[in-house]
Design a protein around this ligand. Structure first.
Ligand SMILES: Cc1ncc(COP(=O)(O)O)c(C=O)c1O
Length: 384
């Protein structure tokens, strides 16, 4: 028997009570019962995002929300700034190209965030840019951006701030309104602890002005249609058939989030990530994130002479744990241990133990148990 775990930065494990909710009979979406659930979900999403703005629910993976953001915020021929720190930041540029939007790109070296001074310089040089598209947590490198500092720059600029919070929301500090973020996009299969299939968009007043004037072709992801459905009657609705089972599951997950408290959840993620990071360092491994290391995953450099893809495969096939390998130019060179969403202290220890055992199997020069010991010490010190 091999017990299976997901320790990837999404999809993540789903709490049993959320799984059970998914097994219930499907209800019709145009009913008072469902719209009551939708009301609660939308309110609790505002709590998670730190916003008073409406939250739009899309039936899509996170990239659908990214496309919705681009389609609704821009018009062909307009200029945007993309502040990219990895593969998902680069995705903004690819989507912009599909919509004939011109991109001024800031690309940090992988492993580093974009420095606010750098963004300020590019904003000052591009006063006609309509928006900055960037990433809260860059899952491909395990580095986060200082979105609060970015917001302080864009708030006094024409450009709106659009943030991909797909892997960061529900795991690390984020306050949409307080930080002056104009649009946030989120996915369901990460910090929100439900299966893949839902995505979310919330827009500030500044963003909404761009939505009103956007000339891009759009239909399914037209946020104006969604806003109309949300506000047309006493209880909110979605313009198309709602993904009812996922939304019911989200309702249960959001109740769990509220019960634990979002700030406590951020702190839990910080502790778990610190435990894994220090465990890897204790084993003599090098961390990939040079600055602003993520709290949703730990990116680790594969030891010299070992095949990173084989390591991730071994951890999955021999030890039953799905972790993530490197993406794009880091394929085979790093591996990523996720501690995202429904993750507790012993999950972190299991992940560290499996990494040690697989590395030992592959002939790495490590002292077995050293990482686990360190992880336990950190968790005790953190009073977790
Ligand atoms: C930061 C970030 N952006 C975008 C995506 C893409 O989301 P999806 O695969 O749900 O479309 C991911 C998924 O891993 C992500 O982590």
């Amino acid at each position: 028997m091999k017990k299976k775990y997901i320790m990837a930065p999404g999809p993540t494990e789903v709490p049993p009570e959320v799984l059970a909710e998914g097994a219930k009979p499907v209800m019709h979406h145009r009913t008072p019962q469902f719209r009551k659930i939708l009301t609660e979900v939308l309110d609790n999403m505002k709590y998670v995002l730190g916003t008073q703005r409406s939250v739009h629910i899309l039936s899509a993976s996170g990239t659908g929300a990214m496309e919705a953001a681009m389609a609704n915020m821009t018009s062909p021929g307009e200029k945007i700034i993309v502040a990219s720190i990895g593969a998902f930041g680069d995705r903004w540029e690819a989507i912009a190209k599909a919509y004939n939007v011109n991109v001024v790109k800031i690309a940090s070296e992988w492993g580093y965030p974009v420095k606010p001074e750098e963004l300020k310089k590019v904003l000052d040089e591009n006063l006609d840019a309509v928006a900055v598209f960037t990433t809260l947590n860059e899952t491909s490198t395990g580095v986060y951006n200082d979105i609060e500092a970015f917001g302080k720059l864009t708030v006094n600029h024409k450009a709106a701030l659009v943030v991909d919070g797909i892997s960061g929301i529900g795991a690390q500090p984020f306050y949409m309104d307080k930080w002056a973020v104009d649009m946030i996009v989120v996915g369901s299969q990460k910090g929100l602890m439900i299966p893949p299939g839902l995505a979310f968009v919330a827009a500030s007043e500044k963003a909404w002005k761009l939505v009103e004037t956007s000339k891009n072709p759009k239909f399914y992801f037209d946020l104006k249609k969604s806003e109309k459905a949300l506000t047309k009657e006493k209880m909110p609705d979605t313009p198309w058939t709602s993904a009812v089972s996922l939304i019911c599951q989200l309702n249960v997950a959001l109740r769990l989030i509220k019960e634990e408290g979002i700030e406590n959840i951020w702190d839990r993620h910080r502790k778990l990530a610190r435990a894994v990071r220090e465990a890897m360092t204790a084993l003599g491994l090098k961390l990939f994130a040079a600055e602003n290391p993520a709290v949703v995953l730990c990116s680790v450099v594969v030891p010299e002479g070992l095949d990173g893809k084989a390591l991730v495969k071994k951890i999955r096939d021999d030890y039953g744990i799905s972790m993530a390998g490197g993406q794009g130019k880091m394929e085979g060179k790093i591996f990523r241990i996720g501690t995202l969403g429904y993750t507790d202290r012993f999950d972190a220890i299991i992940g560290v133990a499996a990494t040690e055992m697989a590395l030992k199997d592959m002939g790495a020069n490590i002292e077995i148990g050293k990482g686990v010991k360190k992880a336990m010490e950190v968790l005790i010190e953190e009073k977790y």
